[in-house]
Design a protein around this ligand. Structure first.
Ligand code: SAM
Length: 313
């Protein structure tokens, strides 16, 4: 199956012209498999020795400790290892690992994951917090909530508290409570499209991004309310659409811009693009230029990230 025509046309208006064709090819190719050691239950040394015993060739990802890449055909064997069954590793795209790395929670902090299931980022946040402090994980969809709970249990996370509730209500219930907030917002998942998996694109339409944008705006306002002065908020999506990235941030800055700064994001690879300065009739606040769009390759998915800090008054 091919990508929706309207999506291809829209994407051509977003990403740099020189990279457009190579980006299109990433939707066809099988992705390399990446995973990371679960530091709550294991170590790089132990995991590497288990991979060697299972005869699975791996490559270390140089810029992130305890993260590995294997060929797509070795995925099945990886999921048959004791390390996998014992929750000692977690298979995850590099783009998803970058988000907790940028939010950088510390042990003993109070952290909120506002759209948490199935929990890939929650698990990594818990590891970075060394299973200490307080980690709230919110997910309103029942089935996904229980999957989140099962993943947290399987991976030995004990500092997380899970809530089956709508993230839009959290800011008013928990004002200025959190040091760090992850908002990996529900989105049209454009960066997850795969031409060999028609289901990955079946819910997409040109209107989807606009609809989702409304929810994202309200989640961002809720996250802002829940953030302590001096606290940090990471907003991210796996969508290319400006309606889901620059626009919700613009809305937040229009409401609370005097209390917010954006922080520059530095990443150790080149497939990055600065946010758009305008889209349609919308002109975006200069502060949004500190956000970043990761352009997809055969190893990393497309992603959008913006790190904000609430000023101390
Ligand atoms: N952070 C997750 C991870 O790394 O595994 C992925 C999160 S996924 C991009 C977005 C999640 O937001 C979905 O599980 C979806 O069910 C949830 N969601 C949808 N509406 C929501 C709402 N109103 N409040 C909070 N979460 C919501």
């Amino acid at each position: 199956m091919s990508l929706p025509e309207a999506f291809v046309e829209k994407l051509s208006q977003i990403v740099p012209r020189e990279q457009f064709q190579s980006i299109l090819k990433t939707f066809d190719a099988p992705k390399q498999i990446t995973f990371r050691v679960n530091t709550i239950k294991s170590s790089s040394k132990e995991l590497e020795s288990q991979l060697e015993s299972a005869n699975i060739p791996y490559e270390r990802i140089g810029w992130m400790e305890g993260v590995y890449r294997i060929a797509p055909q070795d995925k099945l064997r990886l999921t048959q290892t004791d390390a996998f069954y014992g929750g000692k590793l977690y298979i995850q795209n590099l783009a998803s690992m970058v988000a907790p790395l940028i939010l950088a929670p510390c042990p003993e902090e109070t952290v909120l994951d506002l759209a948490a299931a199935p929990g890939g980022k929650t698990l990594m946040l818990a590891g970075m917090m060394q299973n200490t402090g307080w980690l709230s994980a919110v997910e309103p969809t029942r089935e996904r909530f229980f999957r989140l709970r099962a993943n947290l249990e399987m991976q030995g996370v004990t500092n997380a508290h899970t809530y089956m509730t709508d993230g839009r209500s959290v800011g008013k219930k928990c004002p200025e409570m959190f040091d760090r907030i992850m908002l990996d917002a529900p989105c049209s998942s454009e960066a997850r499209f795969k031409t060999h998996e028609p289901k990955s694109m079946s819910f997409w339409s040109i209107h989807k991004a606009k609809e989702t944008s409304k929810l994202q705006r309200r989640l961002l306002l809720s996250a802002y309310d829940a953030l302590k002065p001096g606290g940090k908020l990471l907003y991210c999506t796996c969508s290319f659409s400006p309606e889901e990235n620059e626009s919700p941030l613009q809305h937040l800055l229009e409401r609370h811009g005097e209390h917010l700064i954006t922080l520059p994001i530095t990443l150790p690879f080149n497939n990055l693009q600065k946010p758009l300065k305008r889209w349609g009739k919308e002109v975006f606040d200069d502060r949004i230029q500190n956000a970043v769009r990761i352009l997809p390759t055969d190893t990393i998915d497309g992603f959008f990230l913006c790190l904000l800090e609430k000023k101390v008054c």
